[in-house]
Each structure stands twice: as structure tokens, then as C-alpha cells.
Design a protein around this ligand. Structure first.
Ligand SMILES: C[S@@+](CC[C@H](N)C(=O)[O-])C[C@H]1O[C@@H](n2cnc3c(N)ncnc32)[C@H](O)[C@@H]1O
Length: 400
């Protein structure tokens, strides 16, 4: 049992801090709402979702299945701090006095990773160094050995978040690499979106396994491939099941492989999906197909090499939802090209039977400028980030 000491009440619960793309917290929070008490953006920490009172089994299922999170750590402590350097001693003391030494075997190499937001008279490296020192001193005192540090290839990662006057820390479950990397990419598009954002867009569009979906600007295929995985119930970590750092740290080993086996039984390999993906670039379509093969869903998606302007009515008349990531005009083409792409896309939406179009775009004024000539309305706007780029997820619907 790995659990967190609920400081005030003296009883034991598992608390987990998830991270995701900023703006996507409400989607992640909703998707895990049954697993425990869920707090999106706790302590105003954007891109984080805190879950309390979650069982080990629910946590492992979530870690294997959920397509919306990037990383997760089991919370070991949560204290308020000042912005002065003196609080580094409080951090050191809290870690030293924690029960982490009963949970993990620090003969295994460890590393500490801190994320800091706000104004402080110390850096994230300082915080990591004090946590590391507490682990080394704690092990020496309790067990008489020096805990080895290995920043490149650790078996244990301790994660910490410092945001304004909060310090939260714990045991990392995922590793250094965010879960938005699914390991099915063999072809990367230079303007590709994260798989987590693609899932948020699909949820926003109301995609279900019964929907007929089109991504007419599919690039490397992120949106249709993630849709196909949703359709057949493929766990998001299917291609990463053996790489979790908690396995290297020796946690949950027996339970994990039972969970994986149980969840894999729910995959519907022979399910029909109704997913269409097209792009005017033949290189992108070839690349997306290679990705779909690697992702084991090439038979679930119909790929077409076609400009959105030339999509046939016979296809457009079948579509329920369009979810796509048009060019922003930042990395390629410029603003005029971005505008042209939006016009072609909106024309296709107008001609199609789709009731809903979801797009991701950084230039909302441009989208509204183009939109003015159409009768659709934006009924939902989510402000988010794709890495450091501010974007909006926009849901457009046709009038009745
Ligand atoms: C931002 S990228 C899409 C990236 C994709 N979501 C991914 O994750 O890889 C935009 C794509 O739109 C395609 N595109 C631009 N204008 C188009 C048009 N008029 N018809 C079809 N595809 C177009 C480009 O070739 C490019 O692959």
C-alpha cells in the first residue's frame, strides 16, 4: 500500500496530482470524476488536477486508460511556504520527516524534478537540491547508506510543484516523458498537436464510436488515430505499459499487470469505426497512414489525399462531426494561407451534413473574421495552450 498521510486528520488516503496541457484541466477532471474527489487547477495551479481518496486500483486503471493526462505523482506532502530562501529548510525538514523512506528503496538511483511558478528568492533547482539532500540525509540516518543520485536514468523520480505559496511533492509515476507521447508516431508533422489536445477536441465535438468523423487537414493523423483508439477502447498507455517509472521503483508491480490484462480484454479489435482523414499533402497522408499502422488502427480510418475544397459530396453528406487542426500560418504559409484554409474548411462544413465543427486555432480574431460570412456560431470556446502557444478550442454549430 502506498499512501499519503492526511496530516490534519491522521487517517490515510491516496492523493495524486495529475498534469496536463493548460486549459484541459476541466476535461481531465470530468474524465476522472468517479475515481475520487477531484480538484481541477488546485491552488490556482493551471495544468494540474488533484485527486483525493483514490484507490490504488482506480489509479492504475486511470493511468493505463486515460488519454488526457501528461504525468502524475502520488502526493507525499503539501505545505504553505514563503517566497524567502528560508522556506527551503522547511521543505528539507518536511521531506526528511516524511514516510517516503518506508515506501521506496533508495538503494535505487533517484532524481528530483521541480516545477516552479511565481516569485521566489530561490530556483526550482534549489528546491530539487534540498529535497535531494533530505533524501540522502534521511537514508544515511535511518539505514546508514548514501542514496545514489542519477539524473539521467533514475529508477525513482520525486516530483515537486512550487506555486506561489504552495509546495507539493511526491513520487512520480510516469517518468520524464509526458504521456502525450503515445509511442505510435513514426512520422511527425512539424505543426502536429498533442494527443491530449486531440482528445479534448474529440470530447468537445461529442465524438462517440457511433459518430461519422472527418479530419480534412489530418497532418500526421493525430486526431483520427486518437479517435480510432477511443472507438475501439484502446488504453492510451497501450504502447507504453512497460515503461512507467513506478515499475522501476518496484511499486504496484503485481496489481499493474492484472490491470493491464483486465483492461486489454475490453479492447474491441474488430469494431467498425467511421473515421475519415484527408490532407492535401501526399507526404502527410502517407505519414498518417504509417502512424495508423503503428497504432494498430489503419483498418479503422479511411485516408484520402485531397484538398478540403475537393472533398466529394458523397463523403460530406455522411459526416456527423468535423474535428480538425487547420494551419495557423505561423510555421507555414503566413496569415493569408491560414485565412484561405479557414474559408475552404468552413465551405466544406457548410456543404456537409455535419452539425458540429471543432477547430484549434491561436488566432481567434481571424477565425471570427472569416466566420462572419457564414451562419454558424461558436457555442463553446476553451482557452488552452499547445506547449507555449496560446490556442483556443472552438466548437462551431450550425443553426437549426
Ligand atoms: C496544422 S497541420 C495538422 C497537424 C495534425 N493535426 C497533426 O497533429 O499532425 C495542418 C494540415 O492542413 C493541411 N492543409 C492545409 N490546407 C489544406 C487544404 N486546403 N486542404 C487539405 N489540407 C490542407 C496541411 O497540409 C497540414 O498537413
Amino acid at each position: 500500500m502506498v499512501c499519503d498521510n492526511k496530516e490534519d486528520e491522521g487517517n490515510y488516503t491516496l492523493k495524486v496530482m495529475f498534469s496536463t496541457e493548460r486549459g484541459i484541466e476541466p476535461f481531465l477532471a470530468r474524465s476522472i470524476s468517479g475515481a475520487g474527489k477531484v480538484y481541477p487547477a488546485p491552488f490556482s495551479f493551471k495544468g494540474r488536477v488533484l485527486v483525493e481518496d483514490i484507490s490504488e486500483l482506480s489509479l492504475l486503471r486511470l493511468i493505463y486508460r486515460n488519454p488526457l493526462y501528461h504525468k502524475a505523482y502520488i502526493v507525499m506532502g503539501n505545505i504553505s511556504i514563503s517566497k524567502e530562501r528560508e522556506c527551503l529548510y522547511d521543505i528539507y525538514q518536511r521531506v526528511l520527516e516524511s514516510h517516503i523512506f518506508d515506501i521506496l528503496d533508495f538503494r535505487l538511483p533517484f532524481a528530483v524534478k521541480t516545477t516552479r511558478k511565481g516569485n521566489h528568492h530561490f530556483t526550482s533547482e534549489d528546491v530539487s537540491a534540498y529535497i535531494g539532500a533530505a533524501i540522502i540525509d534521511g537514508c544515511r540516518k535511518r539505514f546508514g547508506f548514501r542514496a545514489p543520485v542519477d539524473l539521467k536514468n533514475p529508477s525513482i523520480i520525486l516530483s515537486a510543484d512550487v506555486i506561489n505559496d504552495r509546495f507539493i511533492w511526491g513520487v512520480e509515476l510516469i517518468g520524464y516523458e509526458s504521456m502525450h507521447k503515445r509511442r505510435w508516431h513514426v512520422f511527425y508533422h512539424r505543426a502536429g498537436i498533442k494527443t491530449t489536445l486531440a482528445n479534448a477536441m474529440l470530447i468537445l465535438g461529442g465524438y462517440s464510436p457511433f459518430s461519422v468523423l472527418l479530419d480534412p487537414m489530418c497532418g500526421s493523423g493525430t486526431i483520427p488515430i486518437e479517435a480510432a483508439h477511443r472507438c475501439i477502447n484502446l488504453p492510451a498507455a497501450y504502447f507504453r505499459k512497460e515503461e512507467f517509472i513506478f515499475l522501476k521503483a518496484g511499486l504496484f508491480k503485481d496489481l499493474w499487470f492484472d490491470v493491464v490484462e483486465e483492461e486489454n480484454r475490453l479492447i474491441q479489435w474488430s469494431k467498425n469505426c467511421f473515421i475519415f482523414a484527408s490532407d492535401r499533402s501526399s507526404k502527410s497522408v502517407q505519414g498518417a497512414l504509417s502512424n495508423a499502422k503503428r497504432a494498430l488502427v489503419s483498418d479503422k480510418i479511411s485516408f484520402l489525399n485531397c484538398d478540403v475544397k475537393d472533398l466529394e459530396n458523397s463523403l460530406l453528406s455522411k459526416i456527423d462531426i468535423i474535428v480538425t487542426n487547420p494551419p495557423y500560418g505561423i510555421r507555414m504559409g503566413g496569415l493569408n494561407k491560414a485565412k484561405e484554409s479557414l474559408i475552404s474548411l468552413f465551405n466544406a462544413f457548410e456543404e456537409s451534413c455535419a452539425k458540429t465543427l471543432v477547430i484549434i486555432h491561436p488566432n481567434v480574431p481571424l477565425v471570427f473574421e472569416v466566420l462572419a460570412k457564414y451562419s454558424f456560431v461558436v457555442d463553446k470556446k476553451i482557452e488552452a495552450y499547445n506547449g507555449n502557444l496560446r490556442v483556443a478550442l472552438l466548437r462551431l454549430i450550425k443553426p437549426f
